[in-house]
Design a protein around this ligand. Sequence first.
Ligand code: MEV
Length: 435
Amino acid sequence: MLAAQKMTNARPSSRIPGFYKMSMEERLQVLQDEGVIDSADAELLRQTGIPVDIPNQMIENAIGVMALPLGLGLNFDVNGREYIVPMAVEEPSVIAAVSHVAKIVRGCGGFDAEYSGSKMVGQIQVVGCDDFEAAQIAVLEAKPELVARANEFEPGMVERGGGAYDVTVRLLDNGQFRKMLVVHLHVDTCDAMGANMINTMAEGIAHRIEELTGGTVFLRILSNLSDERVARATCRIPFDKLGWRGFTGQEVAEGIELASQFAQVDPYRATTHNKGIMNGISSVCIATGNDWRAIEAGAHAFAAQKWGQYGPLATWRVEDGCLVGEIEVPVAVGTVGGPIKLHPTVQLAHKILDISGAAELAEVMAAVGLAQNMAALKALATEGIQRGHMSLHARAVAATAGATDAELDFVVERLNACGEVKVERAAEILAELRS
Ligand code: MEV
């Protein structure tokens, strides 16, 4: 969406000053006052579990639930809309960092984001054809028939405007292995992640592919390299919004540009750069009940495909007195199906995020990834990551040493002041406090 198309709307503001300083109970109250959640939602969030039968409905051999903290990424303005972004993550500083950058970006027009559409590929592997070229032509000539057959397996998806729409063929022959014909069934999954649907279709047309090619079909499975299901986000921040901790805005911008160039030329750095991006994207993925392994696999493969060697998903450059950031990332997520129907906290996360479908979710996730990346690069290119990281880590350290809620702030403050964020030090501070 273009910046000029942005509209104001009556959504709750994602800007909630002082949210981080409130108790959990105060946060639940503010969210109720702002109309983000109601009292039943607050009650669900107070109980840290979910009904006992849900895990058993979701997986095999269930014995319970592994709880992760659920937090809110604040301050997001994406395509002129406010977003309060649920994030499930165990790592301190991820949510504080992303909210910090989202606040800067909302002051300069917010994020612009777009989505290519939910187009995915199912792969059908064929070996043992007598004539691979003829087999390839036979499959391509049968394209309308194959698309129609595939769609017979998912009539509901076709009714919703999606389903299979194309077939392409690749001949893979590296001279070492058996020659393979790989048929790609192209499917629009609309608001569903679509893995089950694509796999059903791929299995469904496999027999016909054997008839057409005279070969034998082996694998029939979706590809997680969803390079036609890509979300893009950009932001533009003038230097005067970037000054920080004794660094001028220009210094911060140039440092971030240099950090981005480092990732562009070095896969060792690009891996860590992208890990930081996925800190944000995967957290939203988990909170919204999506398959984060699929997203991670797709993102890293895309990062290699795009650059010819493993490279960054997001880049930054200095342009006309501004820092300009861009991210391009495959985001195969759904807003229907999967655990979304079953898991009450996932449903609540969708309610808080308040999005209309997979496209909007993908756009928000791209913006989160870009913000997360900038937060990391801003720290790395200036004072280093450890200062902020350790001051947030101090809470976990104080709690591990046995600090109660009432003692926590005091111990954290003392740990940060002495710069030695260790459990033994926290225990000493506690002993001192209690005596
Ligand atoms: C830590 O979880 C993420 C970072 O390493 C990302 C980066 O280096 O860009 C800080």
